[in-house]
Design a protein around this ligand. Structure first.
Ligand SMILES: [Mn+2]
Length: 318
């Protein structure tokens, strides 16, 4: 896989390395997507890095430290560029603004469901826990800034190494040793200290927790005004599965963040996909960390999440 990826990238460089390119990561950029885009940009002197909406906390901190100028993709004019590179996603739902662009290269580690982008070149490794891990093993050269960014990306996307494989530790150790990177500093970017509002939001989410036992798991639900993914991660550490809802008034839809403890065998991206089919909307993600945007109010959406999870769990038991 690695050698194949490296030779694909060499082919890409030979054809487009000198062209003016836009490198995009999914909307609300995270440390994995941003560090991957940054590492690529070091090989493509005529490139700009872009995304849509505001980056997450970790990505903002990383952008500031590494001096990454992150542009809004909607502010770029397609005709000024040869085309677009997309990293850390391959689904238009996570970067709708990529529609209409010529996709030259896609680099991603997410599962196939929801994948509707087609690039002239593509490096997709569903077994890689992060795009940063793919980058660290694919790119011909790294420097200290790139290594720092990719190490942060690897740590943050591995969810405390729950989704890690031997390559993950090997790659991270190589980056840390090679550039004398300090783990405590990397961790401060990969898992940034929450702001007071976020901590309050999480405590409120915990106050509102309801739970049932079904499909062999403790399934907890809650509702928040924000920080739904952090709240879901926190609650899933006490329960087995957590679904946290946030009502989005403008869009008139419910955003769901779903998280599962490591022993849970039901893939939550499948649960989110089925719920979206029932209620309308879109859902997907990873087995242990998934999400959906649903055309229903929070109560109905959460009930459907729990019912669907239990139904799939019962079905798999047979
Ligand atoms: Mn990622």
């Amino acid at each position: 896989m690695e050698r194949e990826a490296a030779s694909k990238f060499a082919d890409f460089l030979a054809k487009y390395g000198k062209k003016k390119l836009a490198i995009a990561t999914h909307s609300r950029a995270d440390a994995d997507g941003l560090s991957s885009a940054f590492a690529l940009s070091r090989h493509l002197p005529g490139s700009v890095i872009c995304s849509s909406e505001e980056p997450g906390e970790g990505a903002s901190m990383l952008a500031e430290k590494l001096g990454i100028g992150l542009k809004q993709i909607s502010s770029l004019s397609k005709k000024d560029f040869e085309g677009l590179i997309v990293v850390d996603t391959s689904a238009y739902t996570l970067l709708p603004e990529a529609r209409g662009w010529k996709l030259l290269l896609i680099i991603d580690h997410h599962r196939a469901d929801g994948r509707d982008m087609k690039g002239e070149f593509a490096v997709i490794d569903e077994n890689a826990p992060s795009s940063a891990e793919i980058m660290a093993n694919m790119l011909p050269k790294l420097d200290r800034e790139t290594a720092f960014g990719l190490a942060v990306g690897i740590i943050s996307d591995a969810a405390r190494f729950k989704s890690a494989r031997a390559d993950t530790f090997e790659t991270l150790a190589r980056l840390m040793k090679g550039w004398k990177l300090d783990y405590a500093e990397l961790l401060s970017y990969a898992e940034p200290e929450a702001k007071a509002e976020a901590k309050i939001a999480m405590l409120k989410a915990m106050q509102r927790v309801q739970f049932v036992y079904g499909g062999g798991c403790l399934v907890a639900t809650s509702e928040v005004g924000g920080n739904e993914s952090d709240a879901a991660s926190l609650i899933s550490e006490a329960a087995d599965v957590a679904f946290v809802a946030k009502w989005k008034d403008q869009e008139k839809e419910t955003r769901i963040s779903a998280r599962a403890a490591k022993h849970v065998t039901i893939p939550l991206n499948k649960v989110m996909g089925e719920v979206a089919k029932t209620l309308g909307g879109a859902g997907g993600g990873h087995a242990k960390a998934a999400g959906a945007s649903l055309k229903a109010h929070t109560d109905e959406a959460l009930k459907e999440c729990v019912d669907t999870f239990i139904r799939i769990a019962e079905r798999e038991k047979k």
